[in-house]
Design a protein around this ligand. Structure first.
Ligand SMILES: *Cc1c(COP(=O)(O)O)cnc(C)c1O
Length: 384
């Protein structure tokens, strides 16, 4: 393999229309702070496309999770159930509101919260279940929402990776009381840094607007519902600049184009690796029949940590960026401080060591895709 091929692990999505919208925001609209015309366009698009009751853009996926955690209105000592196999934001948003984290294991096939291990972790202190749609594939939300209903719990869906995915024909992010999206540059649709809170129960609408606008009822003021705005509650500044929303607007308008492009790469990998999987060399991702995913990620599972380390190094030498993923939170310094494990972490500990993500970004060429596949094939051929 020639040494000059360079295929990064990720490239920020850019379709070409974004800068014109950013220019319009600055030169024509002349309003670059939050909740300008591009933010409103993005809200309307997301609400309509995903059949969502209300969507509010935020400064990050983390900020959306923080808003969701605040809206859960927790008391000191309240417990929140979540996977350990996730990004720190899922956990730290709930630590900030004083919750005790209760880590529950994941399923080996999807790496999502194991719905059959949740009930044993519930106590009279439990208030919330946080699900993470790993790789844009939904959890078993029917079962999880049923458990939450039976025990009077809220469900927050961390759908940071799930924009444009569906579960039983419903958009990810709309499957629980509150949903969170990320538009970070590593996600399918981006605005640099950004995210959105999806509010699926209208009783949260007003408090969410107040939280997002520094504790004021400014959103009601702008709609003409009050004649001056005042400080009415606690809050922060969670609304992004309209310049960032303008960039996102370009991406949302090309959402199907971006999605199709990513799905094509995903499908190519999946087909190409089928023989290696059949030969027992690799395990490939599993998508349950009631889930339609968005090709957020393509991962394979190696035999063990040593093999994965060798594969990543082998690919790097040949100019292909591969990356492992979450280091489990339960055994990290903050996880030990703020959380407990209930019911064991065998699957999380074993599977997280074996998983490696391949390059997958908008605009990969056929040659890029083929080169990635070839590196993996060569690795397993030379290892024989
Ligand atoms: C990306 C991500 C986040 C954080 O989103 P930011 O926009 O980077 O703050 C949270 N949870 C999960 C599962 C993510 O993948």
């Amino acid at each position: 393999m020639s040494g000059d091929i360079v295929i990064p692990f990720n490239k920020p999505p850019y379709v070409g229309t974004e800068l014109e919208y950013v220019r319009q925001s600055v030169e024509e609209v002349g309003k670059i702070s939050g909740d300008g015309p591009f933010t409103k366009k993005c809200h309307a698009w997301l609400e309509e496309r995903f059949d969502a009751q209300k969507v509010l853009l935020t400064t990050s996926g983390t900020a959306a999770l923080e808003m969701a955690a605040l809206l859960c209105d927790l008391q000191p000592g309240d417990e929140v159930i979540l996977p350990s196999y996730t990004f720190s934001s899922t956990a730290t948003a709930f630590v900030l509101v004083g919750a005790k984290l209760v880590f529950v294991d994941v399923r080996p096939d999807t790496m999502n919260l194991d719905e059959e291990k949740i009930e044993a972790a519930i106590t009279d202190k439990t208030r919330v279940i946080v699900t993470v749609d790993y790789a844009g594939v939904a959890c078993n939300m029917e079962r999880i929402c049923q458990i939450a209903h039976d025990h009077g719990l809220l469900v927050v869906e961390d759908a940071a990776q799930g924009v444009m995915s569906t579960y039983r024909d419903r958009a990810l992010g709309t499957l629980a009381d509150l949903g969170c999206y990320s538009f970070h540059e590593t996600k399918n649709y981006s605005m640099g840094e950004g995210g959105a809170l999806v509010i699926n129960d209208a009783r949260f609408n007003e408090q969410a607007e107040i939280l997002r606008e520094k504790g004021t009822n400014r959103s009601r003021f702008f709609r003409g519902q009050v004649d001056k705005y005042t400080w009415v509650s606690y809050g922060s500044s969670y609304l992004p600049s309209d310049m960032n929303a303008a960039y996102l607007w370009g991406q949302l308008q090309a959402a199907d184009q971006i999605n199709d492009d990513r799905l094509a790469t995903w499908a190519f990998y999946h087909e190409s690796f089928a023989p290696l999987a059949e030969a027992g060399k690799l395990e490939l991702p599993f998508v349950p029949g009631d889930c339609v995913h968005n090709a957020h990620m393509y991962y394979v599972k190696c035999a063990d940590l040593a093999e994965r380390t060798a594969l990543i190094a082998y690919a790097k030498e040949r100019g292909v960026g591969m990356s492992f993923h979450y280091v489990p939170l339960h055994s990290s310094p903050a996880g030990l401080q703020f959380g407990v494990v209930r019911g064991g972490m065998d699957v999380t500990d074993r599977e997280s060591d074996r998983l490696v993500r391949l390059p997958l970004y908008y605009g990969m060429t056929d040659d890029d895709r083929a080169a990635v596949v070839q590196v993996v094939r060569d690795f397993y051929a030379q290892a024989e």
